[in-house]
Design a protein around this ligand. Sequence first.
Ligand code: SP5
Ligand code: ZN
Length: 333
Amino acid sequence: MRRFMDSHQLAHAPAQELHNGAFTAHAETPARARDILAAIGTAEPATDHGLAPIAAVHSDAYLSFLQTAHARWRAAGRPGDVGGYVWPVTRRRPLALDRIDALVGQFSFDASTPIAAGTWDGVYWSAQTALTALDAVLAGDRAAFALCRPPGHHAGADYLGGYCYLNNAAIAAEAATAAGRRTAILDVDYHHGNGTQDIFYERGDVFFASLHADPRTDYPFYWGHADERGAGAGEGATLNIPLPHGTGIAAYLAALDSALAALAAFAPDLLVVSFGADTYVGDPIAHLALETADFTPLAARIAGLGIPTLVVMEGGYAVDALGLNVAAFLAGF
Ligand code: SP5
Ligand code: ZN
């Protein structure tokens, strides 16, 4: 399987995040990408597809904000990384605000996703990595791996959060759709892929299925409940399967089988997998119980669909085991 990652992605390196009431070291580090690379050997760099496929998913106002936020923060005399302290509950009404603090609240939903000096460069190339790996699948490869980092599945059309800024999986799915593919997204990160769900919620042309920790107990709380099934033209094209803490491989595979059956009924000819290794038993911020060896049969079930597949990296924070977990997953293809 061809594997892709671009060294520009390492430019994104926020220092801290707000967690349980205190600032702690940022969990989504460049070391994650280095550890994965060490385990899988090499990766090909991305080719530049420009801003258009990103702007097909994210709003212009949000993209301008992301590109300028850090410079505006410095211009306002602030040290460190950009972070919000005020949020518009239920979005309020559209407002053309100018102060950086108002903008960061408008375009984010949590306080663990700072914008650092290299963030735009890193997130732009993470998205390009997804698009480059998609090219391999569109050209006929059975599967390809995009080592996207920073991850993307919590980012919506006009908001960041959950260590995510640009939704790499959604950008690739939209590009695949534009290329004429009937596309489904399967999200197997520990956390619900709220950004991806939001982006396609009212669309019937892209199917979204997610297995994740129950949002009644886990981040991102406000999305991913089993009764969220899509709306309008997208009614029935979203499938959420929340899982209890402690879920191991047997129960996980049973849930996966029902998601795969729903996916297969949609009859896609291209699959994007949002893969998080934070379902690992040793993950420091998560509570499922998959072992390293479990990732291979998990991936093999997905590969068993026989649909050309783009695997996009999402979370996974047990840095010492991360590379091995990713390698085990890719071995299933
Ligand atoms: C892509 C992805 O897996 N995002 C996960 C975002 C989860 N954020 C909420 C939990 C934050 C825990 N932060 C721990 C910091 C330790 N220094
Ligand atoms: Zn996650």
